[in-house]
Ligand binder design. Structure first.
Ligand SMILES: Cc1ncc(COP(=O)(O)O)c(C=O)c1O
Length: 372
């Protein structure tokens, strides 16, 4: 095995990064859950493990794996939103402007507008599609989410990074919908990448987790300091479970993306739909960009029915696909997004394609369309 986990290709890092060295009679898999605080003597300066809020070996094993996958260093958080707030809050001051995606995950906007705005940060929003063509000067942080949840719109991360860096500012990329196996945001130029590992990284719909990753040690130090001082720390057991889930990410994501492509191809243009969005379809407005920027096309497909009633009737007809709001798990699920965010089309359903046999999924969707 390579000694530096960052040298491992991402597909192998899922399985091998963050494991102990392989000496005889040491743990074979993910190291056991470390659930304790620490003895401490003398000065705490320089101690890696002074107190349970500073560091934990179980987090660190998963951070090593996620860092290897991202091509940088990762800092673990107890949810995607904890990671998102850690990538915003320490870097903003009263009067700073921050640019968020108008069509991205709603809670990030809600956090910024509820709390950051209260402390004098000016929060602005723009659509994801075409962001790279707009003027991005004057924003301390530009936040992108591509493909966006739930509309699956794309923007050109490298082109945005170039503009943001020219102005001396920071680009943060929320890569939840793609995972580092589907898109490598640090390589594309993001200063920080965040993700909800609650989704495909853990993949079993039983843990909330998140991480921030980057390459700049000063930025990462600020993120770690935020975690220690705000107390936004993951549980050791949850970190262990998430690391266990990560090991099969490549297998799961491969099946999920292949099935999502099959679903998109089968139902694009269906008479009952107003639109179907999937970056892997040649007709998607960001398809060429997706081919350049992404390593896979993702496991989410957005189905837009002309009316909310039809969308709700459709999801009621599904028998295999669960109605649930999280995504990225082994089980396929579907969510009517308007209930969370009334800026989206009221007929939009976001389908998260899971690991079931592709034909079984197609059959369930087929019968739900037929029953409308
Ligand atoms: C794109 C995106 N970012 C962040 C989050 C927040 O993640 P969590 O629910 O783990 O806090 C989500 C959750 O759905 C998401 O979809």
């Amino acid at each position: 095995m390579t000694s530096d986990p960052r040298d491992l290709p991402p597909e192998l890092a899922c399985l091998h990064a963050g494991l102990p060295g392989g000496e005889a009679e040491t743990p074979f898999g993910i190291p056991p859950v470390f659930a304790s605080t620490y003895h401490l003597q003398g000065d705490a300066a320089g101690a890696i493990f002074p107190y349970g809020r500073n560091a934990n070996p179980t987090w660190m094993a998963l951070e090593e794996a996620l860092g290897a996958l991202e091509g940088g260093e990762a800092v673990l958080f107890p949810s995607g939103m904890a990671a998102a707030s850690a990538a915003l809050t320490p870097f903003l001051q009263p009067g700073d402007r921050v640019l968020l995606p108008k069509d991205g995950y709603h809670a990030v906007r809600y956090y910024a507008e509820t709390f950051l705005a209260r402390y004098g940060v000016v929060v602005e929003k723009r659509p994801t599609r075409g962001l790279e063509e707009t003027d991005l000067k004057g924003y301390r942080i530009v936040w992108v989410e591509t493909p966006s949840n739930p509309g699956l719109e794309l923007c050109d991360v490298a082109a945005v990074a170039e503009k943001v860096h020219k102005a001396g500012n920071l680009l943060v990329c929320d890569n939840t919908t793609m995972t580092p196996l589907g898109q490598r945001c640090l390589e594309l130029g993001a200063d920080l990448v965040i993700a909800s590992d609650t989704k495909a990284v853990n993949g079993h719909s039983d843990v909330l987790m998140g991480h921030v990753a980057g390459r700049d040690s000063a930025l990462l130090e600020a993120v770690r300091q935020w975690r220690t001082l705000s107390g936004s720390i993951p549980g050791a057991m949850e970190a262990w479970l998430c690391h266990r889930g990560l090991q099969t990410l490549e297998l799961r994501f491969e099946r999920m993306c292949a099935s999502a492509q099959a679903v998109a191809e089968r139902f694009a243009g269906h008479a009952a739909l107003e639109a179907l969005s999937y970056p892997g379809l040649p007709g998607h407005p960001g398809h060429d960009l997706a081919r350049r920027q992404m390593r896979r096309f993702g496991s989410l497909v957005s189905l837009t029915f002309p009316e909310r009633e039809t969308a709700l009737a459709f999801e009621d007809r599904l028998t295999l696909i669960f109605k649930a709001t999280s995504f990225g798990g082994t089980h396929s699920s579907i969510d009517w997004r308007w209930r969370w965010d009334d800026t989206v089309h009221p007929g939009l359903l976001r389908l998260s394609v899971g690991c079931e046999p592709t034909e079984a999924l197609l059959a369930d969707l087929e019968q739900a369309f037929a029953a409308l």
